[in-house]
Design a protein around this ligand. Structure first.
Ligand code: PAF
Length: 274
C-alpha cells in the first residue's frame, strides 16, 4: 500500500490507475470501514482510502481534539483489506491557508443532525469535495450509518455534476445490534451494555409501522420516553422519507427511522430503513 500526504504526490500516484474507487474516513477504523474497503474492490481497479480528521466539521464544543487517532493500526487494517493507496494529508497539506471557500448545503443541513450540529454538514461537504478534487475518483463509498451525510454528498455530487458515482454501504453492527462507530470507544462498560437500546427502539418503530401504525409522532415520543427512562438524553427520534428526509407525506413511500441520543457524554446516532 502506498501512503501519500501531499496532494501532488497522490495525484502522480493515481495517474493511469484505471477506475479509482475512494473511501474517505477520519481513521480509527473498525469493521464498518473495512467492509466499505472490501466492497470498494468490486467497483474498480484501484482502491484509495483517506484518513483525515476534518476540523471544519466539528463544533467548538465537540470532540475534535480527543477524536481517536490510531494511524499505525489503521494502516495495518487498510493494508490487510487490500487498499492500494492511502491519502493521509496533514492539516498543512489539506488546509495550507485558512479555508475561506465552502460548499454550503441547502436547508437539509439544518434539520435532524444539522439542527444539533450547526455547520457540520457544511464542513463535511467542503472537505469531501476537496478530497474528491485531490483523488478524482470514479466511485466513492460512504456508510449508511451517517444517513444524512450520505444524502448531502449524493445531492452535492449530482448538483455539481461531479463525475463520481456515490455508493452507500450497509451499517455493520456488533452482535447485540449496536452500530459500529469510532465514538463507541468513549462508552464505559455499563454504557456499552445499555447502548444497543437505540437500535432496539428503531427496530420497534419499524415493526410498528410494518404492522400498520401511522402516528409517527406517537412512535417517536414513545421511543424518546423509553430512552429517557434508561438515562439517555435524546436529540431526535424521527421517521422520515428516505428520498429527502422530509416529513412523510404518506406511508406508501420508503421510510427511514433515525435517532441521535446521548448516553453519558457520548452521542450515538443510528437509523433503520423501513
Ligand atoms: O464519515 C466520515 O468519517 C467523515 O464525515 C468524512 C466523510 C470522512 C468527511 O470528513
Amino acid at each position: 500500500m502506498q501512503i501519500h500526504s501531499a496532494i501532488a504526490a497522490l495525484r502522480a500516484a493515481l495517474t493511469n490507475r484505471g477506475r479509482v474507487v475512494f473511501v474517505p474516513t477520519m481513521g480509527n477504523l473498525h469493521a464498518g470501514h473495512i467492509s466499505l474497503m472490501q466492497q470498494a474492490r468490486a467497483h474498480g481497479n484501484t482502491v484509495v482510502a483517506s484518513i483525515f480528521v476534518n476540523r471544519l466539521q466539528f463544533g467548538p464544543n465537540e470532540d475534535f481534539d480527543k477524536y481517536p487517532r490510531t494511524f499505525q493500526a489503521d494502516c495495518d487494517k487498510l493494508q490487510a483489506a487490500g487498499v492500494n493507496v492511502l491519502f493521509a494529508p496533514t492539516e498543512a497539506d489539506l488546509y495550507p491557508e485558512p479555508q475561506e471557500y465552502f460548499v454550503e448545503p441547502p436547508a437539509i443541513q439544518n434539520v435532524l443532525d444539522g439542527e444539533f450540529r450547526p455547520g457540520h454538514f457544511r464542513g463535511v461537504a467542503t472537505v469531501v469535495s476537496k478530497l474528491f478534487n485531490c483523488v478524482q475518483p470514479d466511485v466513492a463509498l460512504f456508510g449508511k450509518k451517517d444517513y444524512q451525510q450520505l444524502m448531502v454528498i449524493r445531492n452535492m455530487t449530482r448538483q455539481m455534476a461531479m463525475p463520481i458515482t456515490i455508493v452507500g454501504g450497509e451499517t455493520v453492527r456488533a452482535e447485540d445490534g449496536l452500530a459500529l462507530s469510532s465514538r463507541n470507544g468513549y462508552l464505559s462498560a455499563a454504557e456499552r451494555t445499555e447502548a444497543p437500546r437505540l437500535y432496539r427502539l428503531l427496530n420497534n418503530i419499524r415493526a410498528a409501522i410494518r404492522g400498520g401504525a401511522n402516528d409517527f409522532a406517537a412512535l417517536e415520543a414513545q421511543a424518546i420516553g423509553e430512552l429517557a427512562a434508561a438515562g439517555w438524553q435524546t436529540d431526535y427520534v424521527a421517521v422520515r422519507q428516505q428520498a429527502d428526509l422530509a416529513l412523510p407525506k404518506s406511508v406508501d413511500v420508503p421510510l427511514v427511522a433515525l435517532a441521535a441520543s446521548r448516553l453519558g457524554a457520548t452521542r450515538l446516532i443510528d437509523n433503520i430503513e423501513i
